[in-house]
Design a protein around this ligand. Structure first.
Ligand SMILES: [Zn+2]
Length: 368
């Protein structure tokens, strides 16, 4: 690590502590991040010169001189968050570095036949926001896209997508070129896991099982998101735990678990005329399969918390008793330690916060 990397790392340590605080003195900052007062002071002065931080004068004169507090101007920096988890829909949002949502809209893209139409739609919204007076003081730092697919780090293409619109396309390079912004593309479950990692800094092992158009798991393992050598790690869609009679439309094998546990496998709960008995049998079937999948995942990764979310798992509270029954049988040691299984009822917000987290981590505040 050279001196520039060390400086960048120290700056991020300072900003990360300030990001969700109401401001801290240089002395408090130095003690929290474990750097000398002079290092913290010099770096903060540079960040003030770049308008990233400002100093709030203390108004408390009752107990002598109180040092000024440094405050991170989180509201000045934002990212576009594009979410493609639901078939035929594009969710676009803009969040600032304090996770505040500045804009949100959903677009029907069912008529799109080429990825260029998607790029143009996102670019048009970006251009209109940039000319909006409400965004005059805001800097766009990047764009992040959540896909029910894998981003292949080697070929820079989106692969294994359930939608042909962006499958096998260089989505990241296309967007980055058109918007002239750094772009980040990742699987929705990875973004959810990254988002939860940011809010659980004390936990190094987190799983997020996400179900929508696809079925995926994001794994934070020993503090890092698990990716593998190509970015394909923790791909669970084609594990043969599903109905052995159903042929998978993607890999053409039989019994892929994604067919049972993604949105298309859960839509059956909304079929008109479903009798209470049929509903009960289906709940038991899906709950048992979900339990078997989760038992494999928790046995492999031993997480301290497991999240389930996405439009395909809105029924989770009704599935939970069957899931827990399987887990008690197959993952007894982990369950005896009290593994919390948390139903995330707003996974879209979680994805957006994951995108903001990645944009923030990749941002170089001194390169403005
Ligand atoms: Zn398959």
């Amino acid at each position: 690590m050279d001196i520039t990397d060390i400086k960048a790392e120290n700056i991020k340590k300072i900003l990360t502590v300030l990001r969700f605080s109401s401001g801290l003195t240089k002395r408090d900052l130095a003690s929290i991040v474990g750097l000398s007062f002079s290092t913290v002071s010099n770096l903060c002065n540079e960040l003030k010169d770049c308008q990233v931080l400002y100093e709030e004068k203390s108004s408390d004169y009752s107990v002598g001189r109180t040092p000024n507090r440094l405050i991170f101007r989180c509201e000045k920096f934002c990212s576009i968050c594009a979410d493609l988890q639901e078939e035929n829909l594009l969710h676009l949002a803009v969040l600032d570095f304090s996770n505040r949502q500045l804009f949100q809209h959903t677009y029907d893209i069912s008529g799109f036949t080429h990825v260029e139409q998607l790029i143009t739609q996102i670019s048009n919204v970006y251009q209109s926001l940039r000319s909006d007076p409400a965004f005059r003081e805001v800097q766009f730092i990047g764009i992040g896209v959540s896909v029910p697919a894998i981003y292949d780090q080697r070929t820079r293409r989106v692969v294994n997508a359930t939608s042909p619109l962006f499958n096998d396309t260089p989505l990241r390079d296309l967007l980055s070129h058109r918007l002239q912004l750094p772009c980040y593309v990742d699987n929705e479950a990875n973004l959810c896991a990254l988002s939860m990692r940011q809010s659980h800094t004390d936990s190094d092992n987190i799983l997020y099982l996400h179900s929508s158009a696809g079925l995926g798991v994001g794994v934070v393992c020993d503090g890092k998101i698990l990716r593998g050598s190509n970015g394909y790690a923790a791909e669970i869609a084609h594990i043969p735990l599903g109905d052995p009679e159903i042929r998978c439309p993607f890999c053409h094998s039989y019994g892929c678990i994604e067919n049972d546990l993604s949105q298309r496998g859960m839509d059956i709960f909304h079929f008109p005329g479903l009798s209470p008995d049929e509903r009960q049998r289906l709940l038991e079937d899906r709950g048992r399969k979900l339990g078997e999948l989760i038992s494999i995942l928790v046995n492999l990764f031993d997480p301290s918390v497991l999240y389930v979310g996405g439009s395909g798992l809105v029924e989770y509270p009704s599935l939970a008793p069957y899931v827990e029954q399987v887990l008690r049988a197959r993952s007894a040691m982990i369950m005896e330690r009290g593994l919390p299984i948390v139903h995330d009822t707003d996974s879209l917000q979680t994805i957006e916060q994951g995108i903001i987290q990645v944009t923030y981590e990749k941002w170089d505040p001194l390169a403005l």
